[in-house]
Design a protein around this ligand. Structure first.
Ligand SMILES: *Cc1c(COP(=O)(O)O)cnc(C)c1O
Length: 340
C-alpha cells in the first residue's frame, strides 16, 4: 500500500504508477505482452495516429472492496466497445482476451496504487490503441500499439454528491449525424473542446449537445450520456451519434430492478419542462446530477432541482451502483472481475 498519497484529494489527473503494459500488432498478428516502467512511447513522426487521428481508447475503474479484494467494473463490456471503436475508424481490433489480460496485469502490477476501501478513490484504467506505421497518404495503418496505463484518481465529488448546471448551445456540434459519435475516439474529444471551454467560461459544467441533424433532440452531455426522470420513468436519448455508455446501461438495469420503467427514445428539448430529475452519467462520476439546464439561445431555464439537491432516483441509483462496485451488495449481473 502506498502511504504517501492523499487518496481523497487526488484530482482526475495523471499520477505516475510503476508499470504499464503494451502489445504491438505487426505482420498481421498481435505480439507478446510487454511490461515497462517507462511512461514514454517512441513513435514515428508519420504515424497515422498523429496525422489522421487513428486513436481509440477506453476508461474503466478498479476498486478495493469491503472484503479487501480488487474489482474491475464491467471490463468485458469495455473490451467489446473498444473493438467497435477500432473497427469504426479502420483500426485493427484488440482481441478481448488480450484486452482483459492486459487490464488485469496493469492493475496487479500497480496494486499499491489501488486506493483503500472507503476513500472514495479508485484506480482508473485507460486502455488506448494507436496506429503507428508511417503514412503520408491517407490510409489506415498496418501496425498498431495497444497500451494499458493506470492512475489513481480521487472521488469525483470532492464536496459530496451534488448538482451542477449545464447549458444548451446550438452553435456547436460534437459529431456529425452519421459520423463517429458512437465510437470512443480522441477525434470526438478534440471536436468538442471548443464548446466545452465556452460552456465552462460561462459557468456551466457541460454542454448538453442536441442531435446534430435537426437540433431538436437531446444527445450527449459533454463526454457523458444524459438521462432524465420524466413521468416517473428513466428516459435516455436514443441516437446514432451517442457513445453507448456502460454506466448508462448499468443504471438502466438497476432502475428496472427498482421498478422504474426505462425508455430509450428521442427526447425533445421542451420535454425538459417535465423532468423531475436529470443527470449526466459515465465512469468518472457514475451520475453527475443536474440542477438547471440553461438554453442559451432562447434564454430559457429548465430548473430540474430547485434546491440543488440530487433527487431520490439519482441518489438511489448512484448508491446502488457504488455498492455493487465495492462488493457491498451482491453482484447479480457478474459485472465485477475480481483481480486475484
Ligand atoms: C466514455 C464516454 C461516455 C461514458 O461511458 P461509460 O462507459 O459510462 O464510462 C459517454 N460519452 C462519451 C462521449 C464518452 O466518451
Amino acid at each position: 500500500m502506498n502511504n504517501e498519497l492523499d487518496w481523497k484529494h487526488l484530482p482526475f489527473g495523471y499520477y505516475p504508477t510503476d508499470f504499464n503494459v503494451r502489445c504491438t500488432y505487426k505482420d498481421g498478428k498481435w505480439g507478446e505482452i510487454e511490461v515497462t516502467p517507462s511512461d514514454k512511447i517512441e513513435l514515428h513522426m508519420a504515424a497515422t495516429c498523429l496525422h489522421y487521428g487513428q486513436e481509440c481508447f477506453e476508461g474503466l475503474k478498479a476498486f478495493r472492496g469491503v472484503d479487501g479484494k480488487i474489482r474491475i467494473f464491467r471490463m468485458h463490456d469495455n473490451a467489446e466497445r473498444m473493438r467497435q471503436s477500432a473497427e469504426g475508424i479502420e483500426m485493427q481490433p484488440v482481441p478481448e482476451e488480450i484486452f482483459n489480460e492486459m487490464c488485469i496485469k496493469a492493475v496487479k502490477l500497480n496494486e499499491r496504487f489501488v486506493p483503500p476501501y472507503g476513500s472514495g478513490a479508485s484506480l482508473y484504467i485507460r486502455p488506448l490503441e494507436i496506429g503507428v506505421s508511417p503514412s503520408i497518404g491517407v490510409k489506415s495503418a498496418t501496425e498498431y500499439v495497444f497500451m494499458v496505463m493506470v492512475t489513481p484518481v480521487g472521488p469525483y465529488f470532492k464536496t459530496g454528491f451534488g448538482c451542477t448546471d449545464i447549458c444548451i448551445m446550438r452553435q456547436y456540434d460534437r459529431v456529425a449525424p452519421r459520423g463517429t459519435g458512437r465510437y470512443k475516439i480522441g477525434g470526438n474529444y478534440a471536436a468538442s473542446l471548443t464548446a466545452t471551454e465556452h460552456a465552462h467560461a460561462l459557468g456551466y459544467s457541460a454542454v448538453l449537445f442536441l442531435d446534430p441533424k435537426e437540433k431538436k433532440y437531446l444527445d450527449e452531455c459533454g463526454p457523458a450520456n444524459f438521462f432524465a426522470i420524466i413521468d416517473g420513468k428513466y428516459v435516455t436519448p436514443k441516437s446514432d451519434s451517442i457513445l453507448p455508455s456502460i454506466t448508462n446501461r448499468a443504471l438502466q438495469t438497476l432502475a428496472q430492478e427498482m421498478g422504474i420503467e426505462v425508455v430509450a427514445r428521442q427526447i425533445t428539448v421542451d420535454e425538459l419542462e417535465k423532468a423531475t430529475e436529470a443527470g449526466a452519467c459515465g465512469t468518472a462520476a457514475v451520475i453527475s446530477p443536474v440542477g438547471t439546464i440553461r438554453d442559451l439561445d432562447n434564454e430559457r431555464d429548465y430548473v430540474i432541482s430547485a434546491d440543488r439537491k440530487p433527487g431520490p432516483v439519482c441518489t438511489a441509483l448512484y448508491e446502488k451502483l457504488n455498492a455493487i462496485r465495492l462488493g457491498e451488495e451482491p453482484d447479480t449481473h457478474n459485472w465485477n472481475t475480481i483481480v486475484e
